[in-house]
Design a protein around this ligand. Structure first.
Ligand code: SF4
Length: 376
């Protein structure tokens, strides 16, 4: 099985914390769709012997695609790939795009899962993040998509926002529980280089974010999710009734995926590829039938590091059996030696050769992974 990721590089406005690739000018959207169709044509042979089990429209803001643009893309995908009848087909959507009319268009398309960029049900947070929607819109759009028959939905929430009290954070989560959202992805607000948020902090217009607040609110997140019957199947991803995201799971399980659109990454065997992060260059290159991508072969150590970083974040953990099957003995021995102190201090749990993070370890996931990394 394999997956396809499609990056839609347009947004109505720039959120203050975002460092994804996008443009707020929609002028090139029609040309982009044509370039995407050309890219699908040029890369369709990649999966000529594999069945596609998930397609994910991410961005940017894929809910900016019109009915015609979506059907044009789906027609080309179906002509070019063998898509499983049960494939998970997700579209990231922002609340301000989810009008009744738009929801009907999405419902009539092959899309069967929506990932909704709510981020918060509080106007103060949404204004701070410069989101294009308000709290009311966020709440109402979830009701509307459910009434329209979309039940496989995920909501994104951000914690650690300045001014967000612990009570307000719990209230945000409570709103999701009341709305019976089966899948929640939740991330701490982080300061990425070259974002407006980074600039505000650098020029002292805003105090640095509080690490204590983020850590506390992450603990509250785990506690509340567990109380309400959600499984934390990855550090930032929670679901009920096994409604795991097939797409995310394929990343963590090292399945092949093809990334289409500007800035999209692909992972094919032992090769990682990435497209140019520039809409104009992407369109120009594909108009000449040239793929705008670069590639690198992953070394043995790269693959080991990648496995450690992704597997430890999941409930399935890092398996000695898997490590031994895919990596040389010296890397397995290095892992056993380095993981030992984390097991001793209780941040990692070992059970029959499977290593997973404890709740306290989840707060230190990045540090633990980097302790385990090897260098070429
Ligand atoms: S809508 Fe999403 S991709 Fe666009 S700027 Fe905001 S966070 Fe970034």
């Amino acid at each position: 099985m394999a997956g396809i990721y499609i990056h839609i590089p347009f947004c109505k406005k720039a959120c203050t914390y975002c460092d994804f690739h996008f443009s707020t000018s929609l002028k090139m959207k029609a040309d982009f769709v044509e370039a995407l169709i050309q890219e699908i044509e040029l890369r369709k042979s990649v999966f000529s012997h594999q069945v596609i089990s998930s397609i994910y429209f991410g961005g940017g803001t894929p809910s900016l695609l019109t009915e015609e643009e979506l059907s044009h893309i789906f027609e080309k995908l179906h002509q070019s790939f063998k898509i499983d009848d049960d494939a998970e087909i997700t579209l990231e959507a922002n609340p301000d795009d989810l009008t009744e009319e738009k929801i009907q268009i999405l419902r009539a398309s092959p899309i069967n899962r929506l990932s909704i960029g709510v981020q918060s049900f509080r106007d103060d947070d949404l204004r701070f993040m410069q989101r294009a929607h308000g709290a009311d819109e966020a709440y109402k759009c979830i009701k509307l998509v459910q009434q329209a028959g979309f039940h496989n939905i995920s909501v994104d929430l951000i914690y650690g926002t300045p001014g967000m009290t612990d009570e307000a954070w719990i209230q945000n989560l409570q709103t999701c529980f009341e709305l019976h959202v089966p899948h929640i992805s939740s991330y701490a607000l982080t300061v990425e280089e070259k974002t407006p948020l980074h600039q505000q902090i650098k020029t002292k217009k805003l105090a640095p974010l509080s690490e204590e607040q983020s850590a506390r609110q992450f603990e509250l997140l785990m506690r509340e999710m567990s109380h309400h019957g959600y499984e934390q199947y990855e550090i930032s991803n929670f679901c009920k009734s096994n409604s795991y995201s097939k797409h995310n799971s394929s990343y963590w399980k090292k399945e092949n995926y093809l990334g289409l659109g500007p800035s999209a990454h692909s992972f094919l065997g032992n090769v990682r590829l990435w497209n140019v992060s520039n809409n104009m260059k992407y369109i120009k290159s594909l108009s000449k039938k040239e793929l705008p991508l670069e590639a690198e072969n992953l070394s043995q150590v790269d693959r080991y590091n990648e496995y450690i970083m992704t597997s430890l974040r999941t409930k399935w953990g890092c398996s000695i059996q898997q490590l031994s099957a895919d990596h040389p003995e010296e890397l397995v021995a290095y892992f056993k030696q380095e993981i030992h102190c984390h097991v001793e201090e209780g941040s990692v749990i070992e059970n029959r050769g499977i290593y997973t993070l404890s709740d306290s370890g989840k707060l230190l996931a990045d540090r633990i992974s980097s302790d385990l990394f090897s260098i070429d």
